[in-house]
Design a protein around this ligand. Structure first.
Ligand code: ATP
Ligand code: XMP
Ligand code: GLN
Ligand code: MG
Length: 539
């Protein structure tokens, strides 16, 4: 089977636990080079591909810590260029017998790198890593630094407090930099990464969504074989819509898209999504109304993790039932003499790279903050095999892919909506009445955001129904009703997010409409928390 690594030169990023590891991956991909993040404990002998270059990330550890992570020494004999960033530099120096010590002046924030000149006068030049860049502003975050150069390395850049801020091996393509080129606070950082992956590693720049489409379609056809059929979990969200369209291009009507009405969707969502997919995209969609099943299983459940697991498991039950129905229908037709159809062996999911990255840390999955229904909420003994064509992509890559697949802009720009839906936005038990209140409030909120032309400036907006009651006065009468909280965030990748600053008149209109039009609500509040320390969703 064709592998992604056969088709795209790959930069392997070894993750030592830095907060910025995934940004290194992103920067490479922005240069149209495929990059993949793996735990720093990865054994080179276990890789089933040869990377074109390796980047060692930063880390919260110091190299001499007892439990400090170290890379497989085999990386140094693989014959490919290596770039160490921050801890990565220290790790490279440590392996090559240099010395590392705590700095007198810890550096957090901006620094100026002075790029070293090689040679004299008019024939002087700089190292290939910095070619054409000159002295530059960079961003630092370290308490340790190189105190003694490893043998056979030389300095290629320094800062005022770090004399060995950038080093290179005398004869091998090994580089170390103390600063972080992957963060936007290092304005020319992406060019430094470019010098490494393009000039030094010589990677082909074919990681574009145009190339990806063709190759992924071929790969899907290969996986499914000439007859295999796929059932697709489609929500109307960006990811599953793009995945569905890709699947449809690859195997036509051997792909069966299923949207599950789990009783906790937004107002009129099932109807709208049905129209969009059938009409706009030509994907044959079946909407299964399983709202009674979901709501009965959710009855009385308050615990957020329990809600998530119930929903994740029930989704799979419904998909397996639908797969069985599709097979039974095909068998009935075959008995009447129709040509035999393939089995429904696969379940399509719109899982993205950030979902996967969360479980990559070298210490195993990072602390579970919440179980995303499509990753941790799956049934252990499910019969369908997963097919996840977007597993390697970031959200903005998926949106670019969607545009290339001619998916209409309003669909591509949709805010994400979590699979567990309104169940994780109703704090406390989920009932049909509570769902109805929240659906109405949410619909007014989004409508007013669209009317104010702010939808595309906000990454995600939604309403939350709080399990508290407050006193109000309406038409001279005392009321004692529920509270709606509004949330709107801006975020690049939803790993971090900041709350959105609305023009006051927009908030005023939204609040007034919700309290007037939604019975059962007499108060509206606005959530001014960033992630971290909060998360985007309340549950
Ligand atoms: N109501 C639903 N019916 C069928 N499948 C669903 C439903 N909700 C979620 N899923 C499945 O779970 C996956 C993950 O949901 P998620 O919300 O992360 O992605 P999305 O809905 O495709 O896109 P977005 O993040 O933009 O909402 C979806 O890609 C889809 O496969
Ligand atoms: O499909 C999903 N299934 C889930 O279980 C789930 N939980 C959170 N989210 C979405 O993920 C992003 C980050 O949310 P948090 O900061 O709350 O983790 C936000 O965009 C959330 O809406 C989910 N999406
Ligand atoms: N950001 C980093 O990689 C830090 C590395 C190491 N812990 C230091 O403080 O120098
Ligand atoms: Mg969704």
């Amino acid at each position: 089977m064709a592998e992604i690594h056969d088709q795209f030169d790959t930069i392997l990023i070894l993750d030592f636990g830095s907060q910025y590891s995934h940004l290194i991956t992103r920067r490479c991909r922005e240069l149209n080079v495929y990059a993949e993040l793996m735990p720093c404990t990865t054994k080179i002998s276990d890789l089933h591909f040869k990377p074109k270059g390796i980047i060692l990330s930063g880390s919260p550890y110091s190299v001499y810590d007892d439990d400090a992570p170290h890379a497989d020494p085999a990386i140094y004999t693989l014959g490919v260029p290596i770039l160490g960033i921050c801890y990565g530099l220290q790790e490279m120096a440590y392996h090559n017998k240099g010395k590392i010590a705590q700095c007198n002046h810890r550096e957090y924030g901006f620094a100026q790198v002075e790029v070293s000149k090689i040679g004299e006068g008019s024939s002087s030049s700089v190292d290939a890593l910095f070619e054409g860049l000159g002295d530059m502003q960079v961003w630092m975050s370290h308490g340790d630094q190189l105190s003694e150069m490893p043998p056979n390395f030389h300095i290629i850049g320094r800062t005022q407090s770090a004399p060995y801020a950038a080093i290179a091996h005398d004869s091998k393509p090994f580089y170390g930099i103390q600063f972080h080129p992957e963060v936007t606070h290092s304005p020319r950082g992406k060019e430094v990464i470019g010098r490494f992956v393009l000039n030094i590693c010589g990677c082909r720049t074919n990681w574009t969504m145009e190339e990806f489409i063709g190759k992924e379609i071929a790969r899907i056809r290969d996986i499914c074989g000439p007859k295999g059929r796929v059932i697709g979990a489609v929500s109307g969200g960006v990811d599953s819509t793009v995945a569905a369209k890709l699947m449809h291009e690859a195997i036509g009507d051997r792909f069966h898209a299923i949207m599950v009405d789990n009783g906790v969707l937004r107002l009129n969502e099932a109807k709208q999504v049905n129209e969009m997919l059938n009409k706009d995209l030509g994907v044959n969609l079946t909407v299964v109304d399983a709202s009674d099943l979901f709501l009965s299983r959710l009855e009385g459940v308050e615990d957020p993790e329990k809600k998530r697991k119930i929903i994740g498991n029930t989704f799979i039950n419904v998909f397996e039932e639908e797969a069985a129905k599709i097979e039974a229908a095909a068998e009935a037709e075959e008995k009447k003499g129709a040509e035999a159809k393939g089995r429904v062996e696969w379940l399509l999911q719109g899982t993205l790279y950030p979902d996967v990255i969360e479980s990559i840390s070298f210490k195993g999955p990072s602390a579970t903050i919440k179980t995303h229904h499509n990753v941790g909420g799956l049934l252990a003994d499910m019969k369908l095999k997963l097919i996840e064509p977007l597993r390697e992509l970031f959200k903005d890559e998926v949106r670019a892919l969607g545009r290339l697949l001619s998916i209409p802009a309003p669909l591509v720009q949709r805010h994400p909506f979590p699979g567990p839906g309104l169940a994780i936005r109703i704090l406390g038990p989920v009932t049909r009445e509570q769902v109805k209140i929240l659906q109405q409030a949410d619909s007014i909120y989004i409508e007013e955001i669209r009317n104010a032309n702010l939808y595309n400036q906000i990454s995600q907006a939604f309403a939350v129904l709080l399990p508290v009651k407050a006193v109000g006065v309406m038409g001279d009468k005392r009321t004692y009703e529920q509270v709606i909280a509004l949330r709107a965030v801006q975020s690049e990748d939803f790993m971090t997010a900041d709350w959105y600053v609305f023009p006051p008149e927009v908030l005023r209109r939204i609040s007034s409409r919700i309290t007037n039009e939604v019975s059962g609500v007499n108060r509206v509040t606005y959530d001014i928390s960033s992630k971290p320390p909060s998360t985007v969703e309340w549950l």
